[in-house]
Design a binder for this molecule. Structure first.
Ligand SMILES: Cc1cc2nc3c(=O)[nH]c(=O)nc-3n(C[C@H](O)[C@H](O)[C@H](O)COP(=O)(O)OP(=O)(O)OC[C@H]3O[C@@H](n4cnc5c(N)ncnc54)[C@H](O)[C@@H]3O)c2cc1C
Length: 426
């Protein structure tokens, strides 16, 4: 395909710059939308329709407060207990351990409070303000019903868990998170169906939720196309440099060229980065959901059961139970017993709930050993920009990631320190 602009120019205008975003998950679509708004000529390529990867089935929480890595000394202490409990929030498929061990060992090196604090300092820039951003994006795209800026409940069945969470949340309040402590009476008023074991709770007042994360991604992709962006359904199989500094993108269906690439292929991004000579230790924390299409109880809020690491999230398609972590790499088949575990536990949270699962799903959270994404220009390939590895909060971090990529692409300096997100930090 002939090039229509000269990539040899030092700073071509957005209108003269073609950008290929690889990946139409919530991160790629946010990047694409932000870039097309700045006037870039953007093509998004994905082997699947938008929002069919990890962004399809998450819990839908716009978790502005979730800027502290989950993996730290507390979780590390609990790992043996978790692994001995088949209904626990973490499981390892032992057959796959040899394959994931190098990534896991690196992760252990980051299980300190000092790292959690450093990471929080970087991550809060990506999480805070996301609900307001999504409210505007969904309204612009003609689907305001998809975003609700409302209280998210985090509930506890022991006072010890509540007190531990109090201390943890106190730290987050410094970054502007608004939290209320709720006693049993206040909690019952908000959520009458909640089981009697849950006598303590926090209402998280910064953030909100989407009622359908997959549809939100699709709606934003449609908005991108309406603004002149191109969506291409194809699998990227090879990436190469051109003599003039651009890229050749080989796909299952042929090839095309672009001046710049944004790599936003979620848990598969390291495979594509490797094609351009960059080794990035990306792993995956697999998670599950179960949809109770007819739960038979009224649930007013998204409810997080912290000790069990899952949310009961009311959505367009029913009550979605979503969460937990399974370490088994990218190739192991889903183990839907993990979805069943959440459905079997939920009657304690919501007595009387009907636990028939209508659909179940597994997704690959993209996770780096230090629980920070890779975000910004590639350390080795000029013109390549990374936007992946947002682990448990990719939905939440989408709008800020898109804004940062658009600013970098324009040659501007974003007003945050991107060094914690560098691709060569390991
Ligand atoms: C159970 C569960 C609950 C979660 N809950 C929340 C939550 O409440 N809030 C929150 O913020 N986050 C949550 N997350 C995390 C969030 O879903 C992810 O961080 C986010 O979806 C990652 O988005 P992404 O765009 O990076 O990846 P994806 O959505 O996986 O998109 C990557 C895309 O790249 C495409 N791709 C990959 N390789 C190629 C290739 N070679 N060629 C073409 N296309 C390719 C894939 O098809 C895919 O569409 C949850 C995750 C899980 C599993």
């Amino acid at each position: 395909m002939p090039l229509t602009n000269s990539r040899a120019q030092p700073a071509p205008s957005p209108a003269d710059t073609t950008v290929c975003v690889i990946g139409a998950g919530i991160v790629g679509v946010n990047c694409a939308l932000a870039l097309v708004k700045e006037g870039f000529r953007v093509t998004v390529v994905d082997r699947a329709p938008p929002g069919e990867g990890c962004s399809f089935g998450n819990a839908g929480i716009l978790a502005e407060w979730s800027f502290v890595p989950i993996f730290g000394p507390d979780v590390l202490k609990s790992v043996p207990k978790y692994l001995l409990d088949p209904t626990g929030p973490l499981t390892i498929r032992w057959r796959h351990l040899p394959h994931i061990l190098p990534w896991l060992l690196r992760m252990l090196g980051f299980a300190s409070v000092a790292h959690q604090r450093r990471a929080a300092e970087a991550m809060h820039h990506l999480t805070m303000g996301c609900s307001e951003a999504y409210e505007a994006l969904a309204a612009e795209a003609g689907a305001p019903e998809l975003v609700r800026r409302e209280r998210i409940l985090q509930v506890y069945d022991s006072e010890a868990d509540f007190k531990k969470a109090e201390a943890d949340l106190a730290y987050r309040i410094r970054y502007g998170v608004k939290v209320e402590a709720l006693d049993r009476k206040a909690l019952s008023d908000l959520e009458p169906a909640l089981g009697p074991d849950f006598r303590w709770a926090h209402g998280l007042l910064a953030g909100g939720r989407t009622t359908n994360p997959g549809r939100l991604t699709k709606v934003l992709a449609e908005a991108f196309v309406k603004r002149g962006g191109t969506l291409k359904r194809d699998e990227v199989r090879g990436l190469g440099r051109l003599a003039d500094g651009g890229f050749r993108i080989a796909t299952a269906g042929g090839y095309f060229e672009a001046d710049r690439i944004v790599l936003a292929a979620g848990a598969f991004s390291h495979k594509l980065a490797a094609m351009l000579g960059e080794r990035i230790p990306l792993g995956t924390e697999r998670g599950y959901h179960a949809i109770l299409a007819d739960p038979g109880v009224q649930v007013n809020h998204a409810i997080g059961w912290k000790a069990r690491a899952f949310y009961a999230s009311p959505m367009e398609m029913g009550l979605r139970l979503a969460g937990t972590v399974e370490l088994a790499g990218l190739d192991a088949a889903p183990d839907y017993a993990r979805a069943r575990v959440m459905a079997d536990l939920v009657p304690r949270l919501l007595p009387g709930v009907k636990t028939e699962i209508e659909t179940q799903w597994m997704g690959f959270r993209p996770t780096l050993p230090d629980s920070l994404p890779v975000l910004g220009p590639s350390a080795v390939t000029p013109g390549l920009f990374h936007a992946f590895g947002h682990q448990h909060v990719g939905l939440t971090c989408g709008p800020a990631t898109g804004r940062i990529i658009a600013r970098l692409m324009k040659g501007e300096t974003p007003n945050l320190d991107l060094s914690p997100f560098r691709s060569d930090r390991f």
